[in-house]
Design a protein around this ligand. Structure first.
Ligand code: ZN
Length: 68
């Protein structure tokens, strides 16, 4: 099972698409190498980003700061 660790990278400039709240933060999550993944040369540790609404909990995937 893959684990991901999320860190806040700053406020988002876009309101939540679900509830319209502006209380949205940009998050970056990285896969954490555990167990057999440590030995896997193809392991993809590229960070992924998403906006997280702190009011309703909705996540919006982002790429280069843009929602996709
Ligand atoms: Zn929301």
């Amino acid at each position: 099972m893959r684990q991901r660790r999320a860190t806040q990278i700053g406020p988002s400039h876009r309101p939540c698409g679900v509830c319209g709240s502006v209380n949205v933060v940009a998050m970056e999550s990285r896969a954490v190498r555990t167990g057999a993944a440590r030995l896997n040369p193809l392991f993809d540790a590229a960070p992924r980003t998403h906006d997280l609404c702190r009011d309703c909990g909705a996540k919006h995937r982002t790429e280069n700061g843009l929602r996709i």
